[in-house]
Design a protein around this ligand. Structure first.
Ligand code: NAD
Ligand code: UDP
Ligand code: UDP
Length: 312
């Protein structure tokens, strides 16, 4: 049966892939975005689909529509962008959640929140399980994003308890792939763009900090599986690829896979940069029957091919 689905942040990296998948599965999709970090070009190929609608709107403002499901992805995700206007970042997460939850409550829609591994902050347990409360500096550079997303989770849980809103909370770990903006500032896009242009690769700190990188198609698959779970399962659930790499290893892989002559240079480590991060995905395996399929080398190859087509 064709569902009508709202995707906020739908013109961004993950949102645009989600819109495309939902349309391919036979749904009607309304994509809402304020184009802060997203771009029309990410969804322009969907515009001639009669079941796709693109709307410029900011989630900090109320929004009225009738849909069956809401995926709430609106929020800048890269540190340079979410720190550009930190107050706006908090408003986007918190007021955006209130408005989308108010909408879900009124129309009795199911709603999924794109939360983040950042709710764990600089984690003191490893790998991170959903039961871990996290280690976040509430007044640090990353707080606008981390605390905004934590408050959004609190709102989701309480709209569920108080108003019976059907919710799903997904804690997304570092995800990469085609359609990341070349100036996005996140590590995978930075390194690939630098390598392809023959520029110096900017390693922050000593590069011994780690991340676990998930390819976008696996992530989108997990997101749709979560939305389709029974109402009794609300999450939060970690979705990410548990294969962990140091950032230096990532830099070396990118140089190798691009055949670049770029040299690695070091830059100061930003404050509160988490030292390590790896999802425990036991719950996702159980509840979503989900497992990432694309490992880093393969995902990087596809992503490098994409960036070759957009970098002149
Ligand atoms: P992105 O920056 O490409 O996408 C975010 C989208 O939200 C953009 O299109 C942007 O224009 C839009 N947006 C921002 N503020 C808005 C507002 N006030 N109103 C309407 N639209 C607004 O980033 P992404 O990687 O696609 O991330 C999508 C979601 O997933 C975000 O909520 C992010 O926090 C979450 N997430 C992503 C990752 C990752 O590694 N990619 C990890 C954890 C969580
Ligand atoms: N809201 C919205 N669309 C709707 C219903 C509500 O954008 O269809 C917004 C509205 O701004 C409201 C917020 O969601 O303030 C929270 O709604 P709720 O019903 O929880 O609380 P209210 O503020 O209306 O008492
Ligand atoms: N990083 C880096 N060089 C860059 C961009 C990022 O060394 O050009 C590092 C950053 O300090 C962090 C890791 O790569 O340790 C991941 O950064 P990103 O911004 O992609 O994601 P997040 O820190 O939010 O996980």
């Amino acid at each position: 049966m064709r569902k009508k689905i709202l995707v906020t942040g739908g013109a961004g990296f993950l949102g645009s892939h989600l819109c495309e998948r939902l349309l391919n599965e036979g749904n009607e999709v309304v994509c809402l975005d304020n184009y802060f970090t997203g771009q029309k070009s990410n969804v322009v190929h969907l515009l001639n689909n009669p079941y796709f609608e693109l709307i410029r709107h900011d989630v900090t403002m109320p929004f009225y529509i009738e849909v069956d499901e809401i995926y709430n992805l609106a929020c800048p995700a890269s540190p340079i962008h979410y720190q550009f206007n930190p107050i706006k970042t908090v408003k986007t997460s918190v007021m955006g959640a209130i408005n989308m939850l108010g909408l879900a409550k009124r129309i009795k829609a199911k709603i999924l929140q794109a939360s983040t591994s950042e709710v764990y902050g600089d984690p003191q347990i490893h790998p991170q399980t959903e039961s871990y409360w996290g280690h976040v500096n509430p007044i640090g550079e990353r707080a606008c994003y981390d605390e905004g997303k934590r408050a959004a989770e609190t709102l989701f849980v309480n709209y569920h308890k108080q108003n019976n809103v059907r919710i799903k909370i997904m804690r997304i770990f570092n995800t990469y792939g085609p359609r990341m903006h070349p100036n996005d500032g996140r590590v995978v896009s930075n390194f690939i763009v630098q390598a392809l242009k023959g520029e110096e690769i900017t390693l922050y700190g000593d590069g011994q900090q780690s991340r676990s990188f998930c390819y976008y198609s696996d992530l989108i698959d997990g997101m749709i599986r979560l939305m389709n779970t029974g109402d009794e399962f609300t999450g939060p659930v970690n979705v990410g690829n548990p294969n962990e790499f140091t950032i230096r290893e990532l830099a070396e892989k990118v140089i190798h896979l691009t055949g670049s002559k770029s040299k690695i240079i070091t830059r100061p480590l930003p404050s509160d940069d988490p030292l390590q991060r790896q999802p425990d995905i036991t719950l996702a395996r159980q509840k979503l029957n989900w497992e990432p399929k694309i490992q880093l080398d393969e995902g990087l190859k596809h992503t490098i091919e994409y960036f070759k087509t957009i970098i002149k």
